[in-house]
Design a protein around this ligand. Sequence first.
Ligand code: KIV
Ligand code: ZN
Length: 516
Amino acid sequence: MTTKMPRKITIFDTTLRDGEQSPGCSMNLKEKLEVAQSLVDLGVDVIEAGFPITSIGDFEAVREIAGTVSGATICGLARCREADIDRAWEALKDGSNTRIHVFLATSAIHREFKLRMDKEEIIRRAVEGVKRAKSYCDDIEFSPEDAARTEHDFLCQVVEAAIAAGATTVNIPDTVGYATPTQFAEVIHMLVNRVPNIDQTVLSVHCHNDLGLAVANSLAAVENGAGQIECTINGLGERAGNCSLEEAVMALRTRSDYYQAETGINTQRLVPISRLVSNITGMVVQRNKAIVGRNAFAHEAGIHQDGMLKEPTTYEIMRPEDVGFTKTDLVLGKHSGRAALADRSRALGYHLTDEQVDAVFVDFKKLADKKKEIYDGDIAALIEQRNTEIGDQWQLVSYEIQATSGLVRQAKIVLSRGGQESEATNSEGDGPLDALFLAIEKITGKSVVVKDFRVQSASRGKDAQGESLIEVEHNGRVYRGRGASTDTVEAGVRAFLNAINRIEAGQDTNKPSGAV
Ligand code: KIV
Ligand code: ZN
């Protein structure tokens, strides 16, 4: 009997590019490096680190990741324009394993209304873009944006021309999440059968989730010959997001009998990286999210529990430990040392330098004086608190609040910056945070509109740290902030101050659109 060798599917992660484009998900450089390192641990093949022409922040992130992160191909996105491609290469050139990803829309709607270009012009520009990118680097990906809505004959022509020009990967995006599995499978099947030089490239797919079909569409494409899936951690991405990496990977693994395909993903890192990305971006993972949601393996119905006890495979198609759920939340405490903290941080997916571990250990000791048991969630909150720190920033020194029910709240706050203290007194508001936020605005001179504010428990117990996430608008731009403390008011104040510091550092969450 001959057994068929499974096909290796390339996992192209775009959490740092398409994922970061989703509202409220932007990350600072430290955070992006943290995610990139964890993606390498996870075993992804390609990391799309950003879109260098769009901002200094994106450029720096791609440059830093290409220069320092090894173990995966680092990719930068560019439109089919000389300036974009040159800028992408400028960011990538110090890396040893790099890819330039160029894209140009091909659908009739995009040609007519966005680009105002005819078909010949599109082909000419696509070819020029691929060739220019190829003059810098061997590994070139080309994407006909909105491919899923492009006329089949024209799509074949563009793909053939891009491959002839040197594209080593051709990616077929369902940019607006319009495709359905059978129809998208037909597009891939059609390309495999009609494009004469298709065997000279890797066929990739990039599906958006507007109809909740991104994973299904990507898997249908794999069945029909796609060799690369573009995806993101927790399915982050523009609008309803991209294909969720953890779902696509676990579908291929769990149903390898059907797909005859495999990936290089270390699946036990899926839950840690999902939590890491959720902590960094503030995008909460829904409890019933497949694979990484808190309830993904929780069996509630008695009949299921009974079956599970008799034989786990009665109701379980994957084991929680295979995706990185641990049976116990390891508890640290007052007597735990620096090594134990460093070890837990690593297990949680963080890559801290010795200096960073020292700093977090100071916070850990302070917290251990206040609460007996320190859980993973507490450690993540402490690390994130440090991650959000930005150079020369406002620091909280102290605050006082008078809060009597029925009376207006009065606050006093002292902040410091560069060793200089500033104070605001008699600030009034409807609630303690309202009064304190106003006092911070008075001192910093930054006035904002609060768009969203949440406090959640970082771990468990009445003494758990409160983790606060805030989104504020200033001069038409949106900024995120986070703060943690065993006192929920203090957590809110820290989050607000963090958002103000981000305003001063120009770290907004708005991204210019990728439109040509
Ligand atoms: O959705 C899309 O079409 C994209 C391309 C840049 C690949 O993100
Ligand atoms: Zn996209």
